[in-house]
Design a binder for this molecule. Sequence first.
Ligand SMILES: Nc1ncnc2c1ncn2[C@@H]1O[C@H](COP(=O)(O)OP(=O)(O)OP(=O)(O)O)[C@@H](O)[C@H]1O
Ligand SMILES: O=P(O)(O)OC[C@H]1O[C@H](OP(=O)(O)OP(=O)(O)O)[C@H](O)[C@@H]1O
Ligand SMILES: [Mg+2]
Length: 408
Amino acid sequence: MAAATATMMMLQQPFLQQCPSLAAFPHSPSSISLSSSSSRFSVKFIVHSCCQTSPSPMNVVNGNVDLKPAERSEIRLGLPSKGRMASDTLDLLKDCQLSVKQANPRQYVAQIPQISNLEVWFQRPSDIVRKLLSGDLDLGIVGFDTLSEYGQGSEDLVIVHNALDYGECRLSIAIPKYGIFENVNSVKELAEMPQWTSDKPLRVATGFTYLGPKFMKDNGLEHVAFSTADGALEAAPAMGIADAILDLVSSGTTLKENNLKEIEGGVVLQSQAVLVASKKSLYNRKGVLDTTHEILERFEAHLRAEGQFTVVANMRGSSAEEVAERILSQSSLSGLQGPTISPVFCKKDGRASADYYAICICVPKKALYTSVKQLRAIGGSGVLISPLTYIFDEETPRWCELLNKLGL
Ligand SMILES: Nc1ncnc2c1ncn2[C@@H]1O[C@H](COP(=O)(O)OP(=O)(O)OP(=O)(O)O)[C@@H](O)[C@H]1O
Ligand SMILES: O=P(O)(O)OC[C@H]1O[C@H](OP(=O)(O)OP(=O)(O)O)[C@H](O)[C@@H]1O
Ligand SMILES: [Mg+2]
């Protein structure tokens, strides 16, 4: 998680409760040092400008600053320029027949020829969220963690697809397995430890300087000090820099290798890649709604198909209805809407007659072998299995949800 460099931020929750605007925008100032008049709430809050939520681009016209974003007619999609999300995102688009054409890997603008008037901009995930907020991007693909951290609950950001099936991880608190934490196994127990006072707060290392304080406050952890670094946060407790960390966990290997453990109630959020849009763009920019619909449909069709196989088999029977009865009596053979059954004709006594029926069903990958066994048990033979590429439904439920959210 990219974050401000070697920045130390200390804050105490009561002060944030008194200053909601500060709590809502911990990144806003490029460098602030504040202290409350009450001695109970002494706060140091220093954030580097790279944590800042960037404003709209400013055009300087005759010495006057014009805060309006530059006019443009192209639709802009932000994709991660680096990190683990970058290649998985390009792979997803390719699987949806939306290959990105980039002239050179160092060029940050590219095209998806299948969709006219769409510009792809490669950006850091945090910047994608900032630029959606500032109106410089219309659509973006980022991890839900990044969206939550940098979007800070903004009403202008709307999730179009919430489960793109990669980048799965969770944002979770971890503490050492040893020392004073040996018997601490939940957030509640951590909060109740007598060690944490205003003079000696629980020190948490995290790149999530918005979600971190919010979660601690919501979970009754009053005396907390945060520090942040650009990566390898798991080293902080052993180095004596922090008592706990709040970072992304996927396999858990990094925690394990650094003698750290997750605790009950310590998961701030579950994350995976999401497609997000600026509401303002959806409402106001020509073509954004249609382009969003097309991308969403292609994503849905591909992701739905990914978990499924097409199964074709022959089955002896007296009629299509009789074969259907047999198939529908098996729990794993109902298909998407039901089995497709077609007669297989052969010539008998000079006449075309159907003793066999070809059945075609979609089967979830997980249930594949069970389905084959059930098919055989009811007389199926010559079972052919092939992967499914796309499943297009009448309309995707996510599109209806989006229109609902937009009040359209
Ligand atoms: N271990 C992980 N397993 C799965 N997904 C992860 C993991 N770590 C991060 N992610 C997801 O990938 C996104 C990008 O993380 P990644 O570490 O690749 O880039 P970054 O942190 O922005 O860059 P860098 O770590 O190089 O500074 C995260 O926001 C999260 O959604
Ligand atoms: O649970 P695991 O599968 O071990 O993955 C968790 C690690 O992955 C991410 O780090 P990343 O690899 O991005 O390195 P970074 O710290 O340099 O960002 C995250 O910040 C954790 O450190
Ligand atoms: Mg990382």
